[in-house]
Design a protein around this ligand. Sequence first.
Ligand SMILES: [Zn+2]
Ligand SMILES: [Zn+2]
Ligand SMILES: [Zn+2]
Length: 140
Amino acid sequence: MSDLLAGLSAALQEQGYRLTASRRAILQVLTSSGGHVTADDLAALVREKAPGVGRMTVYRTLDLLSGLGLIRPVYQGTGAAHYILMDAGHHHHLVCSVCHKVIEFDDCVLSEIEQMVCGRFQFQIESHLLEVYGRCPDCQ
Ligand SMILES: [Zn+2]
Ligand SMILES: [Zn+2]
Ligand SMILES: [Zn+2]
């Protein structure tokens, strides 16, 4: 079991949700896909691995995981939301506003800002998603 899958499974159970066979199959497919899938993409992938798991179950599980902050929907352009994995509590993108390419970067520079904002608003931060918009080298 990957760390990511183990982490998601544990987080669900900590929140009092049962790790049913369907949920387990959905989490498996979601983590092995690496995220950045739409609900329809994911439902199609799940159908290949676990034909017994219905589309509505996939949708409901995505809602549940989003509600718990374990994944987040992101909207790029006008299409359906992509679900991204919030591994380690954060996720960062550079998004090209011309070709809509998404570049992932792991370097986190937000901890100082988080501390400052937390203090000012007495806010307890759980995770963050950072998107920076601009032009990629090909589109400059
Ligand atoms: Zn571009
Ligand atoms: Zn991403
Ligand atoms: Zn970060």
